[in-house]
Design a protein around this ligand. Structure first.
Ligand SMILES: *Cc1c(COP(=O)(O)O)cnc(C)c1O
Length: 358
């Protein structure tokens, strides 16, 4: 059997043991004689899965009791407009901080719905850093502040959420949810498409504080109302049941691996192997993100010219290190090293970087 080290940004690598577990019970889930894909979302078996997923998410992140965990559809991109539709009313202003392409996409959707203030942007430096507090200008009383915790394309990550005060904070955590411990109580709403750090595509996890459920406008279509999904335990309509099942297996895997402290330790170790390879290359590799903003999930760097970048990618691929091509807006190389990327993958890549340079 051939498995490569998969550095793709998303859909991304999943733990082999999780895939094997899914394979083992694919045709006969818990003696039902049916696949998870074939059972009713109203069955006791599926209700157990979705309840366990919610409980496990709460357990892992230490989510306070006044929050709900929802499993929705439409990807993180649907949250880009669902958040303003629910929380940006006539006469209100929402603050957006633009730290990358996905932040800009979220902003563009919000502008269609209501008044938005760009509280800060790092576009002039091609999003190579997270803005410092003195680069930010908040409106006097924003209905919410929107941030992107990890900028998948540029390889930057917020490290400090203490600067936002008490205004409702909404965060797109698609590419770093569960990368380490998090103080969820700082956020009113967190969302994440599953296909980076949580499982396969098809499901979006939303962690929402209960008071936000009460602010949902009555006139919205049901599928766009957070409170409807919460009241129905994410079973208002047919959920992406197989994706929810896979997310649940991933959550059990994270627990078994030792939880979020362990994830953080491992992710820091993995990313520092690659950052060291960059920093010790005498300028052969140039990191895109400034040091203080470096992501532990997506490592981005350039080589001296595009010719060498092409060669790097093709030689890496031939050694089973795949998915390393950077996004066109940064160019060069991007190594996405989510929770499921083993340490060995980063060791192999760091060794290859050293050798390629020589
Ligand atoms: C991948 C990604 C998205 C897009 O997610 P979809 O589920 O494809 O809509 C949004 N935000 C961030 C930070 C991402 O990494």
């Amino acid at each position: 059997m051939k498995r490569v080290f998969n550095f793709n940004p998303g859909p991304a690598t999943l733990p082999l043991e999780v895939l094997e577990e899914a394979q083992k019970e694919l045709t006969n889930y818990k003696d039902t004689g049916m696949s998870v894909m074939e059972i009713s979302h109203r069955s006791k078996e599926f209700e157990e899965i979705i309840e366990q997923a919610e409980t496990s998410m709460k357990e892992l992140l230490g989510i306070p009791d006044n929050y709900r965990v929802l499993f929705l559809q439409g990807g993180a991109s649907t949250q880009f407009f669902m958040i303003p539709m629910n929380y940006l009313r006539e006469g209100e202003t929402a603050d957006y901080i633009l730290t990358g392409s996905f932040a800009e996409k979220a902003y563009k959707e919000a502008v269609k719905i209501g008044k938005v203030n760009v509280a800060g942007t790092t576009k002039e430096s091609n999003f190579n850093h997270i803005p410092s507090p003195d680069e930010l200008n908040f409106s006097p009383s924003p209905s919410y502040i929107h941030i992107t915790s990890n900028n998948t394309i540029f390889g930057t990550q917020w490290k400090d959420y203490s600067i936002f005060g008490d205004f409702p904070l909404a965060a797109d955590m698609s590419s770093d949810i569960l990368c380490g411990p998090l103080d969820v109580s700082r956020f009113a709403l967190i969302y994440a498409g599953a296909q980076k750090n949580l499982g396969p595509s098809g499901v979006t996890v939303v962690i929402i504080r209960e008071d936000m459920l009460e602010k949902v406008p009555a006139e919205l279509p049901s599928m766009l109302k957070y409170n409807i999904h919460a009241e129905n335990n994410s079973l208002y309509n047919t959920p992406p049941s197989f994706s929810v099942y896979m997310v649940n297996l991933i959550l059990q895997w994270v627990k078994k691996e030792g939880g979020l402290e362990k994830m953080k330790e491992k992710n820091e170790k993995k990313s520092s192997l690659l950052y060291e390879a960059i920093d010790q290359s005498d300028g052969f590799y140039k990191g895109h993100a400034v040091k203080e903003s470096r992501s532990i999930m997506n490592v981005t760097f350039r080589l001296p010219d595009e010719e060498k970048e092409k060669k790097f990618i093709s030689e890496a691929t031939s050694r089973g290190l795949v998915g390393l091509k950077g996004h066109r807006s940064v160019g060069g190389i991007r190594a996405s090293i989510y929770n499921a990327m083993p340490l060995e993958g980063c060791e192999k890549l760091a060794d290859f970087m050293e050798e390629f340079k020589k």
